[in-house]
Structures are given as structure tokens and as C-alpha cells.
Design a protein around this ligand. Sequence first.
Ligand code: ZN
Length: 499
Amino acid sequence: MRSELKVYNTLTRQKEGFLPMCPPRVGMYVCGPTVYGRAHLGHARSAINFDVVFRYLKHLGYQVRYVRNITDVGHLERDADEGADKIAQQARIEALEPMEVVQRYTNSYRQDMTLLNVQSPSIEPCASGHIPEQVAMIEQIMRAGFGYESHGSVYFDVEAYRKVYHYGKLSGRVVEELIAGTRLLSGQQEKRNQLDFALWKKATPAHLMRWPSPWGEGFPGWHIECSAIATKYLGPQFDIHGGGMDLLFPHHECECAQAQAAYRTELAKYWLHNNLITIDGQKMGKSLGNAITLEQLFHGTHPLLDQAHSPMTLRFFILQAHYRSMLSFSNEALRAAQSGYFKLMNGLKVLNELPYTESNDVGIEQTIAARVEHGCTRCYEAMNDDFNTTQMIATLFDLLKTIHALKSGQLSPGLLGPTVFEHLKNTYSTFVLDILGLQQESRVSVTALLDILLELYSQAKAQKQYSQVDAIRVKLRALGVALQDMPTGVQWSYGYAVT
Ligand code: ZN
């Protein structure tokens, strides 16, 4: 199965067989969030798409070192070299220390990821904890002749780089068009050319997040953060670099250039980009002012939402689209996703409760058994085709038809034979739980269930059915719920479970 995996590589613009550099080890880096606000749907899409890549590679037996950073410094407005630091700006709004802002939104990001059943990466480094590594990489770029100091800041020299390497090869952007399309903003005169980007920025007296460096006090640029962190933990060249399509230019192009300049390596062998979520045909993003946060989605508190949608509904909604396809947000699409999620989980419940029984009279029906086996294989084929979760989910729905026939008795497990029956169970649960990462969401209120039981208890008592009364009392006691008969009626309290 491993040898059949093909991934679409943005760098070469084609699907390629996946060949890790040091099998079975795989190094994977994905750009994480800038922690100055609650995570929104765009964050969820990138995290969930690469969570599935992480899960599937592990399922295939690879030892994956997955690094996803936390950007807690150096991310300026408009993703440019000028403007306010997003975190410092938020700190002023909330009257907090910048590091309090960082902690608050790192915590909320991790809570959201837990709700979405996104597995923690192997390493989750933050930019502020890796300043020496970033300074060292900048010095390396300067030694190689691709960086220059200007007024206490350091810039990457795109012109010098272009004489040796291809700037634009990842994103497909053409330098001449980029130059025509950009203007030199005020305060950028210290750059030699307008496409040069900051590796290190001199801190103004008011700038709160600042570190000493060979060029004076300042802070690192955003692009150098990812290159320095990725190469520290994964080496100067690693297997997969992932992120949202919106990061392709300038962020990933600059990351590529920095690694070439410093280490003369192609930073990553495979570049994977997930597409964006749109809303009314527009890109969704915090900077565009139309982003729905996960908190708003889970509570139904955004004006565009007509109800709350659960984390697993969102997970299914994201995965029923291929990661490279645009995903259009709507309440209807989320309701359809919820229904799909319920169907898959109910199928799992049926399979878990279904015992294998021999079919005495007929024996194994080869055509049906072969069809089920084929369905199981197609789940792998779909994932091996550039992580095609859309096709994989469609195949699981096909298998559901067989599962429902088994449930209704139309089909007996014996017709599949014990091997195929077990294979169906294992494959279905592996793909639903381990690879899609769906999980049970308890929607049942325990208190409401207890109220129903108390009513049954009272009815049994009124009808003098004392054996039933005792049975309910003893069973609840075993779960740590004590019943008390009061003049006003029966009441429950927390009690010690009888073990
Ligand atoms: Zn990055």
C-alpha cells in the first residue's frame, strides 16, 4: 500500500509517487496559526486536512515527525514588512501583555483542535522560543551573499538570488509582474528593491516584542521563522511542507528562497497546499472581516449561522471535499454534513453490535464477498490518490448499503464468510475512526435520561411492582446515583458507586 501513495506536489505541479528521503521516517512541516485571535474555519480546514495526511501516513506504517509551529511574533499586518505587529495590536486592545495574548489564543487554539479531534503534532514550537536559530539562519544567508543590513534591519536580496536561483518557482509568480504590481510603501526606502523581504526588523522604541541581535534590537520576519524552525527539527531538507493555499505567495516562496540561500537545498521534497473556504464566493479570512470563528460555529453565534454546528459536523464537512478543492460554506451544506456524519457513525454502531453467524444452508456467496472486498480496497485506492477523502467517503457509503442489509437481515454475515466479515468491520472502523478521525459526540443529556428513569421508577412504585423498583434502584446505585423517596416525590443525589 505504501508504494502506491501518490501526492500532488505544488512544486512540480503534478502527482508524484511518494518516496520519503529516509524511509520509514517522514518529516512533515505545516504552518500553524498566528495566535492573536480565536481560530476560524480556515484554520480548521488546514489543521484537519493535514491531520488526515498525518494519520494516513502513520497508518501506512511511516514514523512521522510532524512539526506545526505557533507564530507568536513577527507577523505584521497585510503579511508585509510594514504595519503593526498583529499580536502587539491585540495586546493593546485587550490591555494585556503580548505574551498573555499569545497564551490565551494558543490555549483556545488547542482546545478547538481537541474538539475537532485533530491530533497534536510531534513538536509544536513557537517562534519566540527560536530566536537564536533564526538569527543564525539570517547570518548564513548574509554570508552566502543573499542578505544585506540596512538601518538596523536585514533584508533578503531577491535580485542577487535571482542571478543564481529561480524566485517564483514554487508559486509560479513572475518577478517582472510582481514588480509591476507592487509599490514601495512609505518606510520601505531602506530596501534595495521592492521585492526584497525582511529577515529581521529593527524595533521602533514603542515595539514591545524585541530581542538583541548582531544588528541591534529587533524581531525576526515571519518567513524566516518557519524556515529556521523546520530545518532545526527536520534537517535542511525534509519530505513534506504543507499549508493553506493563501500562504503559497509570498510566505512559502520566501521560505524556499531562504533555504536555498542558506543551505543550497530544496527545503521540502513535496509541497502540499489545501484550498480555502469561501463564503458567498469570497475567500474567508480574519483580515477580510468575514471569518466565522470555531467558537461562533459551535455556539451558532455568528450572524451568518442559523444554528450551531458541532465539531464533528465541521470535520465531516471539511473532509467530504478533496483538500485541493474550494469549499463553499453554507448552513445547508453543514446540515448535509451532519447527516452524513450520523450515517457513518450509525454504520459503525451496527457493525460493532453485529455478531458473526454462519449461514448453514448456502455458505459463502462469492459475488457479494468479492464486492465487499473490492470496497475495502477502494478505500485505500482513494487515499493513495492524493488523499482523496471525497472518494473514500463515497466508498464508505457504498459499504454502508451492505451494512444495512446485514442489519435488516436481508444479508447474513455467513454469506460473506468470517474473513471478509472481519475485514469489512476492520476496514470500516479504521477509515471512519482512525483516518477520517471522526468520533462519537455525546448529545444525550444525562440529567434528561435520569428524569425518564425516575418517572419509570415512580410509575412502578405506584403500581406496587416492587421487584422493578428495586432493580432500578440497585442499577442506578451501581453507577453512583442514589435515589431517595421524599414526600414531594423521588429525588436523586450523587452517591458512591457500588463496585
Ligand atoms: Zn510558515
